[in-house]
Ligand binder design. Structure first.
Ligand SMILES: [Zn+2]
Length: 250
């Protein structure tokens, strides 16, 4: 964790370039926690971009998270999901200070997220605010699962999870891939979640979304975790590959 007085803070960027100001307010308990948290999260996830301040903010937020009541822990984690997922788009190089800070923050937030997932009252907290519940599920995926998948789902949220993108290595691609209208994806069958195990990502993500009462993202999960067959060349691969390839090419 890098001290607020370290000169590195003046070199870090965020959308508003004042992430450290809002982080200090949060850590020092100044002003309204939720308002400050919303501003900081927006500052670090604007346009789903990765900002260099994110890595340095995370260890401070992880330490703060440990001192909060469960409702505020969920609020903090839910709001940081997009900023964390964005790292998948420009991965930090190992053996660098930003990488170590990011990993330290991720480990701390991972412990907090796991505790919440296995706690007794999670469903109640998530159902109080379904939109926040959905954000928390995506944030848990960013922290404990595949950040690239989380980033993809954040991206598809702009289309209400009804449409995505697809590209095969042969050159076939579709910018507007409407899930309900296409038939080149074989859905995967996602079993019920036992409320504890984090082994099968699609299973626990779907289970978390069920706890939150989600009806928007859940229907598309069997398809985005499913297997595509390219209509041009017949090659089969996970839909995630199609989405990743499209995002890299365009
Ligand atoms: Zn193909």
């Amino acid at each position: 964790m890098v001290d607020f007085n370290d000169p590195v803070w003046t070199e870090l960027d965020s959308a508003g370039n004042d992430a450290v100001k809002w982080l200090r307010y949060l850590v020092e308990g100044e002003g309204d926690f939720r308002e400050n948290m919303e501003i900081l999260a927006e500052d670090l996830s604007h346009q789903l971009s990765y900002y260099s301040a994110t890595a340095y903010v995370l260890p401070h937020l992880a330490a703060l998270c440990g001192r909060l009541e469960p409702e505020d822990k969920i609020f903090l984690i839910a709001h940081m999901g997009a900023a964390i997922a964005a790292e998948a788009e420009c991965p930090l190089s190992p053996d660098t200070e930003p990488y170590r800070e990011f990993q330290e923050g991720l480990a701390g937030l991972g412990r907090e997220t796991k505790q919440l997932l296995t706690g007794q009252d999670l469903a109640g907290f998530l159902q109080e605010d379904p939109e926040l519940g959905q954000m928390f599920a995506l944030a848990a995926l960013s922290i404990l699962g595949d950040r690239g998948h989380a980033y993809g789902l954040w991206l598809l949220s702009a289309y209400g999870w009804e449409m995505g993108h697809a590209a095969c290595a042969c050159g076939w691609d579709q910018e507007e891939y409407v899930f309900a209208e296409e038939d080149c994806l074989e859905p995967v069958s996602i079993g019920p979640w036992d409320g504890k195990s984090l082994e099968e990502e699609a299973v626990w993500l779907q289970g978390l979304l069920a706890l939150a009462g989600d009806t928007e993202m859940t229907p598309v999960l069997p398809l985005v975790y499913g297997t595509g067959t390219c209509p041009a060349c017949g090659r089969q691969e996970p839909y995630w590959n199609w989405l990743k390839r499209f995002m890299e090419e365009y």
